[in-house]
Design a protein around this ligand. Structure first.
Ligand code: 5AD
Ligand code: SF4
Length: 466
């Protein structure tokens, strides 16, 4: 084995890439790679890329420009900097990336991460290596688990991939092509991973997948297990106090999952449920397989199950053929739901998806104008939601030291960052906090009297190195 080498992994795009980046670092740790926080001085730089919109891909090429200069500077000092492009853009563009950015040594898709050591050796032998296969083999069986020190350094809240890929084929989306067919990990593997995280101090787990509520992994009795049943099992793990899952498709919001929002106290009252459009005509063209009425019915049932549920969503404006009246239906849907926040995007035609070949593409100016109008109503609703938090008492999970000395940053049940004057030993603990001030994206609060006098030190987890 070689001496310690420095690894810098940069994630673009979604939370699954953040999870994957960590698993790549875990897989390279036994090879002698130590993670660093900057690309400067690194021996291996991995860009874990996103291909969901054109902008995401452009960002990667401009980052590659910066990395090229680092590689040249390293060569001038007689050092070798190996540059790898991973993730969805690597899957979609393959060798094209090396043609466009000739300094790239290694290109590999999301199904090849466990083969990283072998790919690095191949790049060393041959100059470059490209691997964008979809092997039948389950990569999760081969990816190394993090050690407890790495887990602690990553904090008390962790993502765990339970499902990958998608079979829905929305006509705007590249995911079914870049991540492949829907695959659910077996329950036993997921539970073992979360037990390992909990033992190292993790208190909150977000189960992630591109279409997470389509989860149907092999259960303890051999048959498929639903996401609701999986959440129940995870909730029984000692130390796991909070659960979330993302991202869900309305079609897979089954009755047992809706009931879990009523029955599982660990499941936080917050759900991201993308709807994309409020127009039935556009939803059909998007191949969403649900209508506006279906979505509203799901929202009603969720709120019956959990009245304090906060909902967020995703929207696309300017999908091919979207008229002013289709767009008005999206605005009216936002008004009808009352969201606590949302992401909204201009439609970006992705090569190889059906939407890219549709007639009636919408011009850029119309897309921008609609996006602005949509964002105004979303911001209005988000501000109203934040204002409604003033004076409320929340359980806050403390994650790390705050902006100022003596402050901690935690998360409300609704995932909002909360700044609180609190002792360091509360990191990893949950305490009740009264919200005294609201900003546009964060809350400020004070510990309630009981917590201030009797801080729990048993559940405390100090940050690594403290
Ligand atoms: N153009 C714009 N937005 C897109 N999304 C997915 N594909 C596209 C595209 N081609 C958005 C959807 C999805 C979110 C992750 O990204 O709203 O829910
Ligand atoms: Fe893409 Fe989500 Fe539709 Fe799957 S369900 S194709 S991931 S937008």
């Amino acid at each position: 084995m070689n001496g310690p080498r420095k690894l810098f992994v940069k994630s673009f795009g979604c939370q699954m890439n953040v999870y994957d980046s960590r698993r790549m670092a875990d897989t390279l740790a036994p090879e002698g790679y130590v993670e660093t926080a900057t690309a400067e001085g690194a021996d291996l730089v991995i860009l874990n890329t996103c291909h969901i919109r054109e902008k995401a891909a452009e960002k990667v090429y401009s980052e590659l420009g910066r990395v090229r200069r680092l590689k040249e500077a390293a060569a001038a000092e007689g050092r070798q900097l190996v540059v790898a492009v991973a993730g969805c853009m690597a899957q979609a563009e393959g060798e094209e990336i090396i043609r466009r950015a000739t300094m790239v040594d290694l290109v590999f898709g999301p199904q090849s991460y466990h083969r990283l050591p072998e790919l690095l050796a191949r790049a060393k032998r041959n100059g470059t290596a490209v691997d964008t296969e979809f092997p039948a083999d389950d990569k999760f069986n081969h990816l190394a688990a993090p050690d407890p020190i790495a887990i602690r350094a990553r904090g008390v809240s962790a993502f765990v991939t339970v499902q990958e890929g998608c079979d829905k084929f929305c006509t705007f989306c590249v995911v079914p092509y870049t991540r492949g067919a829907e695959f659910s990990r077996p329950v036993a593997k997921i539970l073992a991973e979360i037990e390992h995280l909990a033992e190292a101090g993790v208190r909150e787990v977000t189960l992630i997948g591109q279409n997470v509520n389509a989860y149907h992994g092999e259960g303890p009795e051999g048959g498929p297990c639903s996401l609701a049943r999986l959440l129940e099992r995870v909730a029984q793990i000692d130390g796991i106090e909070r659960l979330r899952y993302t991202t869900s498709h309305p079609r897979d919001m089954e009755d047992d999952l809706i009931a879990a929002h009523r029955d599982l106290p660990q499941l936080m009252p917050q759900l991201h449920l993308p709807v994309q459009s409020g127009s039935d005509r556009i939803l059909a063209a998007m191949n969403r397989r649900h209508t506006r009425a279906d979505y509203l019915d799901i929202v009603r049932r969720l709120r019956d199950a959990r009245p304090d549920l906060a909902l967020t969503s995703d929207f696309i404006v300017g999908f091919p053929g979207e008229t002013e009246s289709d767009f008005a239906a999206t605005l009216s849907l936002v008004n009808e739901i009352g969201l606590s926040g949302a992401f909204s995007f201009k439609y970006s035609p992705r090569p190889g998806t059906p939407g890219a070949d549709m007639d009636d593409q919408i011009d850029e100016a119309t897309k921008s104008e609609r996006l602005q109008r949509l964002q105004q109503v979303i911001e209005r609703d988000q501000a109203a939601f934040y204002r409604s938090c003033l004076g409320r008492t929340f359980d806050v999970l403390f994650e790390r030291p705050g902006r100022h000395n003596g402050q901690l940053t935690g998360r409300s049940p609704y995932l909002q960052p909360v700044q609180v004057d609190a002792p360091l030993r509360l990191i990893g603990g949950i305490a009740t906090v009264i919200i005294t001030e609201v900003g546009s994206n964060s809350l400020f609060g004070t510990l309630t009297q009981a917590n201030a006098q009797y801080p729990s030190s048993e559940s405390a987890l100090l940050p690594a190195g403290a």
